[in-house]
Design a protein around this ligand. Structure first.
Ligand code: TNX
Length: 508
């Protein structure tokens, strides 16, 4: 008997195989304490397509043979769980309610692979506190239901943060009551000339609630000072004029989709051409209004200020801008997150988290900029673009996706990297977590989201959740991962996930 079935993914921390297997029966129920009912209902819904019926949920904790028992502690052991498979029942004991939720995700994967599970004890805990996915709803807008679906998919892989890239050159996607012109004037289109859209405050509250019910926070991003052409359609006076420098012309050539023009919506893929005025107080009055309303909509601790690819701005102007933007966010009681370029300034609000999007082997001094955040006493989020940028093509003939980050990016590329090995001087304790971004220049439909994200999103999940490879954790290997991901095929199909059937994986 193998130590455990070739699931789950992300890989669990430890396994201890014993005794005879448990077998799910016609009579099996989900038994829980009243406070566990919401999690048990989610488990019943997740299991229904794989076991062919909706298991009864009983909240009396008097288990019979064959039952699945769900409990959690009120102790301070966040996100951990123990899953015990006995011959007559399975118990999932969460260290807290989120831990129970994660234990249930493991249970669903085990039962989806087989109704018979070897007796064993699984003790599991996350490696990193922040386990993120990012969805770019600015390049292409996606309605609330699609975002909720992405939350469900990510939470099932034990991600706990949804970063929403809400604004970019191509559109402004969130209602700001004090600045209504943003959505009135700049939300109508998407990249490729597709239709746009925006979230009302009620829509956004629905996303935040749905995420919370799956133990995820929402991290809103308003990208600035560049990636701001949409703002120019509402407040042209806040913007520097577009200057098509050689560098920006080169970027337009590489990314494609056309030349940006003042006063007209942008539907191409170029970056870096737009810039807010760094030395005008009106810029910060504007950002103050936007951040305040976003902070009011955000129960989570983070607010992302962007800061990437300000190609048309001097280093000094960029630093002035990032220093003031991060200070505004901190003053609102939120922790700023910024893309690593902001680390070129030494005057950021010192609590600012840096998000690294360079390669697994850093280039162009991106590692040095990322170390700035750690030197200031804050931590970093790792999103290595040549590994876990989910918008990179999986294969050269993928119908969607980009290639600039050493693409195509295979599942193996997405898997074969170690967070502590990327940036010299940034070790385990400096890393808040791992995030897999999905930029959507070419991603137009929910099916495109699935095909770009799956299966590589599982590699990011494993980097975020599972312990580093070591002699003591032999399953943290490519061969084990491919087997465990392949075993998720039936579950993903049952859940209607239109994953790309990568030929590196033997799909069950
Ligand atoms: C770079 S990396 C960007 C985005 C693009 C993406 C496409 C970073 C922070 N910015 O603006 O959408 O590449 O892969």
């Amino acid at each position: 008997m193998p130590a455990f079935a070739p699931v789950p993914c992300p890989r669990i921390q430890t396994v201890d195989a014993t005794a005879a297997p448990f077998a799910l029966s016609e009579a099996s129920r989900l038994v829980t304490v009243p406070a566990g009912r919401a999690t048990a209902e989610l488990a019943a819904a997740a299991l229904a397509p794989v076991v062919g019926r909706t298991l009864e949920v009983a909240d009396d904790l008097r288990p019979a043979d064959g039952d699945l028992v769900l409990e959690y502690l009120a102790e301070d052991t966040p996100e951990t769980y123990t899953l015990t498979v006995e011959p007559t029942r399975i118990r999932v004991l969460g260290g807290d309610e989120a831990g129970l939720f994660y234990g249930v995700q493991t249970l669903v994967q085990l039962l989806a692979a087989s109704p018979t599970i070897p007796a064993q004890t699984i003790d599991d805990a996350p490696r990193f506190a922040y386990r993120g996915v990012m969805l770019d709803v600015a390049r292409h807008f996606f309605p609330v239901e699609v975002v909720e679906g992405y939350i469900d998919r990510a939470a099932a892989l034990k991600f706990n943060a949804l970063h929403l890239h809400l604004t970019d050159d191509q559109g402004w996607r969130i209602r700001i009551d004090s600045r209504p012109e943003l959505t009135d004037n700049a939300s109508g289109t998407s990249a490729l000339g597709d239709p746009g859209g925006f979230y009302s405050k009620d829509d956004y509250a629905r996303i935040v609630r749905h995420a919370a019910s799956r133990h995820m926070i929402v991290v809103p991003e308003v990208d600035a000072p560049s990636h701001t052409h949409a703002i120019s359609l509402a407040y042209p006076e806040l913007m520097e004029p577009i200057v098509l420098s050689d560098h920006i012309r080169e970027v337009v050539d590489v990314y494609g989709g056309g030349i940006p023009e003042a006063g007209r919506p942008y539907t191409g893929f170029a970056v870096g051409f737009s810039a807010l005025k760094a030395h005008d107080d009106a810029t910060y009055a504007f950002l103050g209004d936007v951040y305040r309303e976003l902070a009011e909509m955000t129960p989570g601790p983070y607010l992302h200020v962007g800061g990437d690819e300000a190609l048309g701005m001097s280093d000094d102007d960029f630093a002035v801008f990032m220093d003031r933007a991060t200070a505004l966010v901190s003053d609102l009681g939120k922790t700023p997150i910024a893309w690593h370029e902001a680390g070129s300034s030494s005057g950021l609000s010192p609590d600012t988290i840096g998000q690294y999007w360079g390669f697994v082997t850093p280039t162009d001094g991106m590692d040095e900029k990322t170390r700035t955040f750690v030197r200031a006493g804050a931590r970093v989020i790792l999103s290595p673009a040549d590994a876990i940028y989910l918008d990179m093509k999986l294969t050269a003939d993928s119908p969607t996706g980009l290639t600039w980050a050493n693409g195509p990016t295979s599942v193996h590329d997405a898997y074969a990297w170690e967070p502590t090995a990327i940036i010299d001087g940034i070790g385990e304790a400096d890393i808040l977590g791992v995030e897999a971004p999905l930029w959507t220049e070419t991603v137009r439909t929910p099916g495109d989201i699935d095909a770009q994200a799956f299966p590589r999103i599982a590699a990011a999940a494993e980097a975020a959740w599972s312990p580093a490879a070591a002699a003591a954790v032999p399953e943290r290997t490519w061969d084990s991962f491919r087997a465990r991901v392949g075993a998720l095929g039936p579950l993903w199909r049952a859940q209607g996930i239109a994953f790309a059937p990568a030929d590196e994986i033997d799909w069950a």
